[in-house]
Design a protein around this ligand. Structure first.
Ligand code: ATP
Ligand code: MG
Length: 626
C-alpha cells in the first residue's frame, strides 16, 4: 500500500466510520450482511463493545470454504516439525476436509454450540483443525500453551468450564519429548472434562481412560467428511484466551466472531499484503494470541500460505529460522524481539550461512524492540533490504493497532510508528489529562475497533474495572508511550514498571535499550529499587553475550555507557549479572519478580506458574546485589 492509499483510508474512516467499516466488512462472506457497524460505548451507563450486531457468518466458511472454488489446490498450511524437514503441506481442500471431520468428531463427543473446548497441543496442523473445528459448530475454544504445567492447564480448564479437552500423546521441542497426555491426565484429576480427543504425535506410551479418551485417528474414520457450518451471530464468542501473565493472574480474554475475524483479516492484508507468491511464517505458538490471529485465522481468511512450526529457534542450531525460511521459501517472517536478542548474542555467522534473498518483509511483536536488535534484524537478517514492521498490540486488541504500513510509513528503529486507520490513541498524564504534541504518558484508545475484546470470561465486572475505570471514557492499555515530533509512538514499557528517579519518570524500555546497545550485553531488564535520596533507584539485570566474563570494571563501564546514552539520571545504581532472566512462556520478561528481588523481598515474588523456567528465580535471588 502506498502513502496515498493509506491516507485515503484514514480520511475515509475519520469522516464516516460507519460507512468505512461496513465497506471493510465486505472482506468477509456473511450469511446476513450487517446493517450497522459500531455500537460500542466505553461509558459506565451503557458500557459494551458491539460490532456488526445483526450480521451472521461462520469463521470457517471465510477461512476455508470460500477459497475452495478458486484455490482449493493452493497450499494452506506448511507444517515444519521439530527436526528440520520433518513436515508436509496441506492444501485448502485438505484442511477443509480435516476441519469438517474434526467438527463432526467434536459433535460425536457431545460438544455443541456455546460449549467450551480446551486445546493443549503441540504446533501441529491438528491444533488448527481443532480450533477451526470448534468454530465450524459454534463451540468456543480455549487454547492453552503446550508448555504449561498440569496446574496451569487445570486452572484454565476450570475457569472456562471446558467440556472436552483436545491434546496429543506427546510433544517434541528441541529434541526433547513433552508428556502432554500425562500432564493433561494430572490436570484432569483436578479439573475433569467429559471427553478427551488425543492426537498421535510421537506414538509414545500413554495412559488411556476408557469411556473418556478417544484417539483422533479412530474418530476421524468414523465421522463424515462434510459438516454444515453453524450460522453464528457476529457477537457470538469465538474463543477465550488467557493473557501471558506478565503482570499478574492471567485474564480469560474473550473474542467474538465477526469483529475479530474482520480485524485480523484486514490488518494482515494491510500490513503484510501477502499475495499468491508469498509464504508467510509467524513463529508464534497457537497458545498465544499471535498464533491465533496470525498463524491461523488471518492467513487462512486471506487465502494465504501459513507455516506452522513445532520447533525452537536454537535447534538443531542457531541458524534454524534462516535454514528453514530458505528451504520453505518464506517471504514474510514475523517473530518476537526476545527470539532475535537470543540469536543476536550467538553471532552473525548463523544467519549469514543461509540464503535469505527470498525474504521481503520482517516483523516483530510482543515487546518493545530495542534499536540495537532492530538494526541487527534489518542489517544482518534482512541485508538492509527488507522493511521491518514493529507491530504493537495485545491479547485484548485481537490484532495489530500501531504499526508501520510497508510502502506508506517510514520506519524509525524502535518505534511502532503510527496507529492503523480507525485506531485513535491518546496520551494522558496520571490524572487523565490529555497530553498534546510530543509527550510521554499513559497510552489509551478513545474509540472501539472491531477486534477489541468483548469481556473477561465469567467476570463482566472485571473487564470494565480493569480497562475502563483508570481513565473514564477510554480504554487504558496499561502501557506507557512517548510520542515524538512526527507523532510516532515509542512504547516505553508497562506503566506498572515505570521507575520514578528523583521525580523523573522513566520507562523500562529506554534504559534497557541503552544497556543492550553496549557490545558486550545481550539482554537487560531494569526495575526500581528503594533509594534513600532519589526515592527510587535503578536496578539493572544484565545478561552478557556468550562467553563474555563478568567484572567490576564492566559494571562501571556499563554505568558510564548509560550515562552517556541517556544521562546521569538513568545510570543504574545496582547492576546484577544474570545468566538468564525470568520470562513468561511467551518469552516476555517478568519485571514484577525482578522488582521484588531488587526490593530485598524475594519471599514475595508471588505467582511464578506462568514462568518458562522457575529455577531462574532462585539463581537471581542468590546473586542479588544487596
Ligand atoms: P498480562 O496482560 O497477563 O500481564 P501480557 O500483557 O504480556 O500479559 P500480551 O497480551 O501477550 O500479554 O502482551 C501485550 C503486551 O506486550 C503489550 O501491552 C505491550 O506491553 C507488549 N507489546 C506487544 N507488542 C509490542 C511492541 N511492538 N512494542 C512494545 N511493546 C509491545
Ligand atoms: Mg497485558
Amino acid at each position: 500500500m502506498n502513502a496515498q492509499e493509506l491516507a485515503a483510508r484514514h480520511e475515509a474512516v475519520n469522516e464516516d466510520a460507519e460507512s468505512y467499516w461496513l465497506e471493510e466488512a465486505k472482506r468477509l462472506d456473511w450469511y446476513s450482511f450487517p446493517t450497522t457497524a459500531n455500537r460500542s460505548s466505553f461509558d459506565e451507563g451503557d458500557f459494551g463493545i458491539r460490532w456488526f450486531e445483526d450480521g451472521e457468518l461462520n469463521v470457517t466458511v471465510n477461512c476455508l470454504d470460500r477459497h475452495l472454488a478458486t484455490r482449493g489446490d493452493r497450499t494452506a498450511i506448511i507444517f515444519e516439525g521439530d527436526e528440520p524437514g520433518e513436515g508436509y503441506s496441506l492444501t485448502y481442500a485438505q484442511v477443509h476436509e480435516e476441519v469438517c471431520r474434526f467438527a463432526n468428531a467434536l459433535k460425536a463427543c457431545g460438544v455443541g454450540k456455546g460449549d467450551r473446548v480446551a486445546i493443549y497441543m503441540p504446533m501441529i496442523p491438528e491444533a488448527a483443525f481443532a480450533m477451526l473445528g470448534c468454530a465450524r459448530i459454534g463451540a468456543i475454544h480455549s487454547v492453552v500453551f503446550g508448555g504449561f504445567s498440569p496446574d496451569s492447564l487445570a486452572d484454565r480448564i476450570e475457569d472456562c468450564g471446558a467440556k472436552l479437552l483436545v491434546t496429543a500423546d506427546e510433544g517434541v521441542r528441541g529434541g526433547k519429548r513433552i508428556p502432554l497426555k500425562d500432564n493433561a491426565d494430572k490436570a484432569l484429576e483436578k479439573s475433569p472434562v467429559e471427553a478427551v480427543i488425543m492426537v498421535r504425535r510421537t506414538g509414545g506410551e500413554v495412559n488411556f481412560v476408557e469411556g473418556r479418551d478417544r484417539w483422533w485417528h479412530d474418530l476421524r474414520e468414523e465421522v463424515s467428511a462434510t459438516c454444515e457450518p453453524e450460522k453464528m451471530n457476529a457477537e457470538d464468542p469465538l474463543f477465550i484466551l488467557y493473557t501471558s501473565g506478565s503482570t499478574g493472574k492471567p485474564k480469560g480474554v474473550m473474542h467474538t466472531t465477526g469483529g475479530y475475524l474482520l480485524w485480523v483479516t484486514a490488518t494482515f492484508d494491510i500490513v503484510f499484503g501477502a499475495t499468491d507468491e508469498d509464504v508467510f511464517w509467524c513463529t508464534a505458538d497457537v497458545g498465544w494470541v499471535t498464533g491465533h490471529s496470525y498463524v491461523v485465522y488471518a492467513p487462512l481468511a486471506n487465502g494465504a500460505t501459513t507455516v506452522m512450526f513445532d520447533g525452537v529457534p536454537n535447534y538443531p542450531d542457531f541458524g534454524r529460522f534462516w535454514e528453514t525460511s530458505n528451504r520453505l521459501g518464506v517471504t514474510i517472517f514475523y517473530t518476537a524481539p526476545t527470539a532475535l536478542r537470543a540469536l543476536m548474542r550467538e553471532g552473525d555467522e548463523w544467519v549469514k550461512q543461509h540464503d535469505r534473498s527470498q525474504i521481503r518483509l520482517l516483523g516483530t511483536v510482543g515487546e518493545p524492540i530495542n534499536p540495537e536488535a532492530w538494526n541487527w534484524y534489518h542489517e544482518v537478517v534482512g541485508d538492509g533490504r527488507c522493511e521491518i514492521v514493529d507491530t504493537w498490540w495485545q491479547t485484548e486488541t485481537g490484532g495489530m493497532l500501531i504499526t508501520p504500513v510497508p510502502g506508506a510509513v517510514k520506519t524509525k528503529p524502535g518505534s511502532a510508528t503510527l496507529p492503523l486507520p480507525g485506531v485513535y490513541t491518546k496520551l494522558v498524564d496520571n490524572d487523565g489529562k490529555e497530553l498534546t504534541g510530543p509527550a510521554e504518558g499513559n497510552l489509551c484508545l478513545t474509540q472501539s475497533w472491531p477486534g477489541q475484546m468483548r469481556g473477561v470470561w465469567g467476570d463482566d465486572e472485571r473487564f470494565f474495572q480493569t480497562y475502563f475505570t483508570t481513565y473514564p471514557g477510554m480504554y487504558f492499555t496499561g502501557d506507557g508511550c512517548r510520542r515524538d515530533d512526527d507523532g510516532y509512538h515509542w512504547i516505553t514499557g508497562r506503566v506498572d514498571d515505570v521507575i520514578n528517579v528523583s521525580g523523573h519518570r522513566m520507562g523500562t524500555a529506554e534504559v534497557e535499550s541503552a544497556l543492550v546497545a553496549h557490545p558486550k550485553v545481550a539482554e537487560a531488564a531494569v526495575v526500581g529499587m528503594p533509594h534513600d535520596v532519589k526515592g527510587q533507584g535503578i536496578y539493572a539485570y544484565v545478561t552478557l553475550n556468550a562467553g563474555e566474563p563478568e567484572s567490576e570494571e564492566l559494571r562501571q563501564e556499563l554505568r558510564q555507557f548509560v550515562r552517556k546514552e541517556i544521562g546521569a539520571i538513568a545510570s543504574p545504581d545496582a547492576i546484577q549479572f544474570a545468566p538468564a532472566l525470568p520470562k513468561t512462556r511467551s518469552g516476555k520478561i517478568m519485571r514484577r519478580i525482578l522488582r521484588k528481588i531488587a526490593e530485598g523481598e524475594p519471599d514475595k515474588v508471588g505467582d511464578v506458574s506462568t514462568l518458562a523456567e522457575p529455577a531462574v528465580v532462585d539463581a537471581l535471588i542468590k546473586g542479588a546485589q544487596a
